[in-house]
Design a binder for this molecule. Structure first.
Ligand SMILES: Nc1ncnc2c1ncn2[C@@H]1O[C@H](COP(=O)(O)OP(=O)(O)O)[C@@H](O)[C@H]1O
Ligand SMILES: [Mg+2]
Length: 252
């Protein structure tokens, strides 16, 4: 965030009356421009994410949703960007703390989306008994939003996610945060999302409009259900073209 020096501000004030001064909102450029909820909170995309938040929080009649994972059938369907924006709309609720966990250990994105140095993350914790849980949770530039990055090990076996360490992490995070959001790899490629999905309250299945074939979505749903996952909601991406999102991305 770029801030004006206090002396400069005073100089400006003397020069021009308030009404004719232009107002600039200087956003933090280290946050990826696709975090539309942050960069354009009044825009229609942010509005759609807020609408999704309402639907998601009402999606489980038996238990209030606290932990959930976003996944999809294939890569490049918008899981990570959606997970980040969903985490942001949740963190926007009054007095609400959120932890976003990058559990896509094969193709991590969240550290880079939030402009955070990846440091020690989930994969390091899962493979090393000496890493204390409190070291995993990193602050972001948003007060109510914390991040657990994927860490440095990109080739660890999926079975690690099914270990008691994941349970420990889960209880640690649910005791400290109102919501815990997991970004995961695609269901069609790795068992990770199904393994993790069975340990959270439910799954948000991301479907890329006009790209993910119906049959592929049906297979993913079947796989997740067989693994014991509850599907809370679907989230459709791709209503706005790739070109549109690429334009947002390139405006960085
Ligand atoms: N809602 C959306 N609609 C269209 N494209 C999107 C949307 N969200 C993200 N994208 C674009 O899709 C690509 C993949 O997004 P990403 O979130 O990294 O996918 P995944 O995590 O599923 O691999 C990115 O180029 C991103 O800009
Ligand atoms: Mg991703």
């Amino acid at each position: 965030m770029t801030a004006q020096q206090p002396e400069d501000k005073n100089k400006d004030r003397k020069k021009k009356p308030l009404a004719s001064r232009e107002v600039f909102v200087i956003m933090d450029r280290s946050l990826d421009p696709r975090l539309v909820v942050y960069h354009d909170p009044r825009g229609s995309l942010a509005e759609q994410y807020r609408f999704f938040r309402t639907r998601l929080l009402a999606s489980n009649q038996e238990k209030a949703v606290q932990t959930f994972a976003l996944t999809s059938s294939r890569p490049e369907e918008g899981k990570s960007v959606s997970a980040a924006n969903v985490a942001l709309v949740l963190a926007d609720l009054p007095s609400t703390s959120v932890c976003l966990v990058d559990a896509d250990l094969r193709s991590p994105s969240q550290a880079s989306l939030f402009g955070v140095a990846p440091g020690i993350g989930l994969s390091d914790y899962l493979t090393n008994d000496k890493i204390p849980l409190q070291d995993l949770v990193l602050p972001t530039r948003l007060e109510n939003l914390s991040l657990v990055t994927a860490g440095s090990q990109t080739t660890i076996p999926s079975a690690h996610l099914g270990s008691g360490k994941t349970e420990e992490l889960m209880s640690y995070l649910t005791e400290r945060f109102h919501y815990v959001v997991f970004d995961t790899p695609p269901v069609g490629a790795f068992p990770d999302a199904a393994i993790l999905g069975a340990r959270v309250d439910g799954i948000v299945l991301v479907i890329r409009m006009k790209k993910t074939p119906r049959k592929v979505v049906e297979t993913s749903v079947e796989m997740l259900r067989r693994a014991g996952c509850t599907i809370l909601s679907t989230l459709l991406t791709g209503a706005d073209s790739d070109k549109y999102w690429n334009k947002i991305y390139k405006s960085k």
